[in-house]
Design a binder for this molecule. Sequence first.
Ligand code: 5AD
Ligand code: SF4
Length: 511
Amino acid sequence: METFGCQMNEHDSEKVAGVLLARGYKQVETPDAAKVILYNTCSIREKAAQKVFSRLGELRPGERTGECRVPSGGKNPGEDRRFSAEAAGQERRGYRDTSASGNDSCAASDAQPGMAVRDGRPASEGPYKEINQRKLVNAGGGKIIGVLGCVAQQEGEEIFERAPWVSLVCGSASYRKLPQLIAELEAGNRRVTGLDTKTDETFETEITRRDNPFRAYLTIIEGCDKACSYCVVPFTRGPERSRSSASILDEVRQLAEMGYSEVQLLGQTVNSYADPGARKMRFSELLVAVAEVPRIRRVRFTTSHPRDFGKDIVDAIEAYPAICDHVHLPVQSGSTAVLRAMARTYSREEYLQKIALMKAAKRAISITTDIIVGFPGETEKDFQETLRLMDEVQYDSAFCFKYSPRPNTPSLTMEDALPEEEKSRRLAILLERQREIQRAKNEKLVGQVLEVLVDGKSKKAGQWSGHTTSNKVVNFSSQAENILGDYVQVKVISATPNSLIGEMAAAHSDW
Ligand code: 5AD
Ligand code: SF4
């Protein structure tokens, strides 16, 4: 299984893996050895969507052998993560346009050191039943090849036309049907689809095969009702559906018992959470309830929509140190005219009021964002307003993207499209400005002692990495033996725009 795109996709894949494990499948180390190959896809920008078709091309059945050609592994470091345990410690923020050379997006934040640790539950564990080869014979030259996620939803059965060796096409809103779809494939069905988005169900599984041993992801709200004019998500992920707070809290308690001390609540618009259960918890109340679960030490959440971001969330962060002091609040543009064209439902001033709430908090809150440049009709003046907004907010990190026209979206037919070169020029300016902001912000942290959850170990002896509560990456030295998973105090000795460099001050294991 290879996953593209956002953290929600990463976590969906963990749940899909859980569904497969429950059916007796086991993970293998190479695509050659696999009987089932799944791509969980992203269509947020064109480049990401194209990627899956090039992957599928690599799996075209060979003419003479009837075998699948399988990809030999990415040339780019970011791509090697496909089948490796490296994925475990990587940052999932933002939507990776999976071409590492992708030039239509860039995060002025960190490409983090990977780590060679798996989740302590070897892939071969669990009830393994020998898969009946005969049943698996289908269009994929002896392999079941499936396309999941947003491209599946968007392209639907077209995928069978373009790649007849694919036998499963399933969008994220239909994942609950996966066991049934896989059973149909095992029974010899050649093509099965799950493409319905008219659902009020969420994807909950008995087993989730979590890849990250330190940070447990939990989707609390699926889909999106916001209808930003450039965005495919409302089409590909369907309407907003929230999980009940009781079910979320049960899972958090289980995670705490399994040893997770950090959880990250996920949703395209996580703070639009609407508890369907009897308790009717507000999002900020849910944050507090999760923070109060014994042994949970860090609660993260992403992505927040400015419209539903209120003082109650800031109050919760202030009052509960376990709620991480980091808010990802995409602005998309600093110009009210562009925001209106984007149908973002807030003005520049309204967004800045939300920022002011955070800046007024007693506890410093790290703020990150997403920005799109080159939206149709964006003038030089609009662009300058975005730059001014960045100067004003002083983001800790920003994921910046060139506008990419997407199928079905209202902005597809808008006039005044900008030339690619102009979008690239604006993106480069934005990134440079953000880099300088981050450099200055990080330099101010030199000399401070910060608590770090250690989640990576370098090949170089005595070198480790981890995250602060504000989600900053810290690379640091320590002669301690095994501190993976520990919370340690690190003194910052220098800084780059993307990370902090430090040395361990003291272990902190008696918490
Ligand atoms: N073009 C460029 N960027 C986009 N995003 C969403 N849709 C598009 C698009 N059509 C960006 C937004 C969003 C992030 C996840 O991806 O900034 O917040
Ligand atoms: Fe897309 Fe807007 Fe929904 Fe975010 S809030 S997923 S940008 S439609």
